[in-house]
Ligand binder design. Sequence first.
Ligand SMILES: Cc1ncc(COP(=O)(O)O)c(C=O)c1O
Length: 414
Amino acid sequence: MFDSIKAQDMEIYNAIVAECHRQRDGIELIPSENYVSAAILEANGSILTNKYSEGYPRKRYYGGQQNIDTIEEIAIARAKELFGCEYVNVQPYSGSPANMAVYFALLNFGDKVMGLKLDHGGHITHGLPISFSGKAYEWVPYLVEENGFIDMDKVEETALREKPKMIVAGFSAYPRNMDWKRFADICKKIGAYSFADISHVGGLIAAGVIESPVPYFDVVMTTTHKTLRGPRSAIIMAKEEHGKAIDRAVFPGLQGGPHDQITASKAICFEEALRPEFKQYGEQVITNAKALAEVLLRYDYNLVSGGTDNHLILVDLTNKGISGKQAQDSLDRAEITLNKNTVPYEKRSPMDPSGIRLGSPAVTTRGFKEKEMQMVGEWMHRVLSDIDNEEVQHQVAAEVKELCQHFPVAGTRV
Ligand SMILES: Cc1ncc(COP(=O)(O)O)c(C=O)c1O
């Protein structure tokens, strides 16, 4: 594999090979990551990258679109079937530009929007002051309570008082299900647009293992590379009446030509997600997250909200006397990858916060079940309870590597 790169660019070749080894030999617990199939890898690396196709199927600016139109139309049809949406745009480059497109389509600069605060589990595109979203719109945050749950009565109270033009329901670090219907009802009450950012749980919704906001919401965006297990990208779904505005906001509003190799990869991803096996995958993702949470609770780790309903777990390490960064670095050396994360009501800095965020989508793809999740929990505890012991870290790394050999990852055999 990678023979052409090897012949021409050893520096990049060496880095790719090293990354193959890292992905193959280590345990990936970052909840926004996953492993795509060999078919998706092939489409991603195909000659479709050579084409320019500004516009939409049958309405392009350049010639030679017969094959690209076919691919985009297939992606659209499959996305509609998968999520049961009336309209979908499959061209957004990724989740952040997709969110910008939704705001650009439905809001005016300066309009008021409600979103989950970043250190309470929201995303930077949900109004972080230094992001484009924070600068272009006026944000009123909603929070999680001390118990880690969102109190929908408080969300409603804030919405009735502030009368935002849009409410964003969605998260990057909330381990519980959101009450989609209640969010949509609140929006209806105040005449606001309802926008669900399901980037993290898009795959679980596609699998039918958690409730979908699509029937209730004006607009729903999902990235395609997290639980949905597709290429690094996003789609925007909506009620038909918003389709024209969203199409215009994506192109020419914010983007130029779509990335056709990614559109093809998304089409393949949607077909994979329509298979019955994907429902089993979704079920196992949740079962595995709960199994890992159980081990951590047994060792007295403080899980924000006390557990998980989905694929992710947020741990506040304050009672263990270690920081999120310390935990991330030590576990890195043990070949267990996760990310440091702020926790609600954070007292430390974002670069060295109190928590870690971890999850089950990637390890479930490679075939881990409850038994392996138990082992992961035990390894984590061994490393975290003796945080500076490099001997323990190296020993765990060797055990991790041994287990991983039995659970291959597509595209990493070099
Ligand atoms: C809720 C949410 N929205 C949007 C994004 C942005 O996606 P991307 O990183 O593809 O721009 C993320 C990514 O972490 C996310 O978690």
